[in-house]
Structures are given as structure tokens and as C-alpha cells.
Design a protein around this ligand. Structure first.
Ligand code: PGA
Length: 260
């Protein structure tokens, strides 16, 4: 597993944006999975800058969001549809027909999730998934105990996730939806390449367990140890509990790269 520790949040965001830009240039028709959350805001800002200042062309990519709350209208300011448009899609030249977000108000969420999974398969699968991580090791909204074989489906949020996400709902945990539709672990693991971003000391334990701990459904992100092409990109704080790699590290500009 490859781990890049960046000196700070800004450099972490740039590293992640550079990886996505390289993928877009390598295959302009790439299919991406993108996360919501606080962590990727700088990453989306950097990709937006690359589009506006350097002409990075997103016109042929497909973008699937990893997850969406159940019960929020599309234009709700805390919906992930709103987030991804507000922070990213509205500022680049992605084709609106190639944007995919599950409908949080679907009458039958199971069917909505199955359809989402089918659309992903129909594109040929995800080439490049960008992930965040919860303090409990969730990826997407796959909370601890999620089966590694899971596909896109409706899920219940863990209590810790509701508490952590209350900040996006005026600090009120009661306002956070209890359910979401999330890509499954298998859906994510089928991506050809994965990067996972984490920032801040509150993620440091989840990150060290993801890299060094046992592969267990109790920590969903630990499954990434089994992925052949996954890079974890963290800032200094999120990487503060990592053990030194037996292979040492490769220094770069504001980053060091380790292989575990
Ligand atoms: P955050 O969320 O970026 O807002 O910390 C990440 C996650 O819960 O997956």
C-alpha cells in the first residue's frame, strides 16, 4: 500500500488533484467516484483552479458521487448532490448527462441503489475512486460491520457519523438523516485505482489502523490493503500515528512517500 504524507492540508489537496488530473489526461473518458465531506474541499478547489487556469478538460469524464442521504430534497444545502455541484461540478466543464447522484427522495431506495449500481457497471466500472474516511473507518457510508461483498444499497448511519456530520446541519444531530444510499465496499474495491484522503488528528487512528491493522469488517477502510492500486494521501496530523515503513521513504516537495 502506498502512503503519501503531505506537510499540510494544502499540499495534500494538491497531491490528490494532481493524481486526478493525471488520470483525466491519460484517459479523458475516465469514470470517477467522488466524495462529499469537509476533507475534499481543498482538492475540489485545486481541480477547479486547474480547469480555469490550465484548461484541464473534464468534458468527457463521468462522475459518480459515492453516497447520498435518504430523505433530503435535491436542492437541500446539506445534500451531497448540492455539495458536489456547489464545490466542484458547477465550476468545471463536466457534461451534466455524465453526473450521477442517487436520488435521496426515491420512493424505493433499494431500487434506486440497484439502478445506481447498474449504471456504474454500464459505464464499464469506475476507473478512479476518490475516498474520504470516517473516524470509525467508514468509506462512502459503509459503516463498521459492512460486508466486504456489499454493493450499492441503503444503509443506516452510525451514531459517530451522525455526530460528526451534525456540523453540516447547524450542529444539530437530530437534523442529520439516519439513512443514506452508499456505494458498497465491493463496488468501491472494483475501481481500478483508488486514492483516500484524510486530514486532521481526529483521523490519525483510523489511518494507522487502515495501514497497519488487521483487514476486518470492523474497520471498513482496512479492506484497501487488499486493493492492488490504492494510495492514501494524508496531511501530517492524519499521518501522525503511522509507523515508519521498513522500506524508508522517498522525499518529495512537501511530501514523503512510503510503501507498506
Ligand atoms: P469529512 O468526512 O471529510 O467531512 O471528515 C469524511 C467521511 O466521513 O467519509
Amino acid at each position: 500500500m502506498k502512503v503519501i504524507v503531505a506537510d499540510n492540508y494544502e499540499i495534500m489537496s494538491k497531491e490528490a488533484a494532481n493524481a486526478v488530473a493525471a488520470q483525466v489526461k491519460k484517459n479523458p473518458y475516465s469514470v470517477f467516484a467522488f466524495p462529499a465531506g469537509g476533507t475534499p474541499i481543498g482538492f475540489y478547489a485545486e481541480l477547479t483552479r486547474m480547469h480555469k487556469e490550465e484548461g484541464l478538460d473534464f468534458s468527457h469524464i463521468s462522475g459518480f458521487i459515492l453516497d447520498e442521504y435518504i430523505g433530503l430534497p435535491k436542492d437541500h444545502e446539506s445534500s451531497y448532490r448540492f455539495f458536489i455541484h456547489n464545490k466542484f461540478f458547477n465550476h468545471i466543464n463536466i457534461n451534466p448527462e455524465k453526473i450521477h447522484v442517487p436520488c435521496g427522495l426515491a420512493k424505493y431506495p433499494e431500487e434506486e441503489a440497484d439502478t445506481y449500481e447498474r449504471i456504474i457497471k454500464g459505464t464499464g466500472g469506475i476507473d478512479f475512486a476518490v475516498l474520504g474516511i470516517g473516524r470509525n473507518g467508514h468509506i462512502g457510508f459503509n459503516e463498521p460491520r459492512t460486508e466486504f461483498g456489499s454493493r450499492t444499497r441503503p444503509i443506516y448511519l452510525a451514531k459517530r457519523t451522525i455526530e460528526a456530520n451534525a456540523r453540516f446541519f447547524g450542529g444539530d444531530p437530530d437534523a442529520v438523516p439516519r439513512q443514506a444510499i452508499s456505494m458498497g465496499i465491493r463496488t468501491i474495491m472494483n475501481s481500478r485505482e483508488i486514492i483516500l484522503l484524510a486530514s486532521g488528528v481526529e483521523k490519525s487512528h483510523a489511518i494507522s489502523q487502515t495501514v497497519h491493522g488487521p483487514v476486518t469488517e470492523m474497520l471498513p477502510s482496512s479492506v484497501l490493503q487488499l486493493h492492488p492500486n490504492c494510495t492514501i494521501i494524508v496531511d501530517e496530523d492524519a499521518g501522525s500515528e503511522l509507523k515508519p515503513s521498513p522500506n524508508g521513504f522517498v522525499p518529495g516537495s512537501g511530501v514523503r512517500t512510503m510503501i507498506y
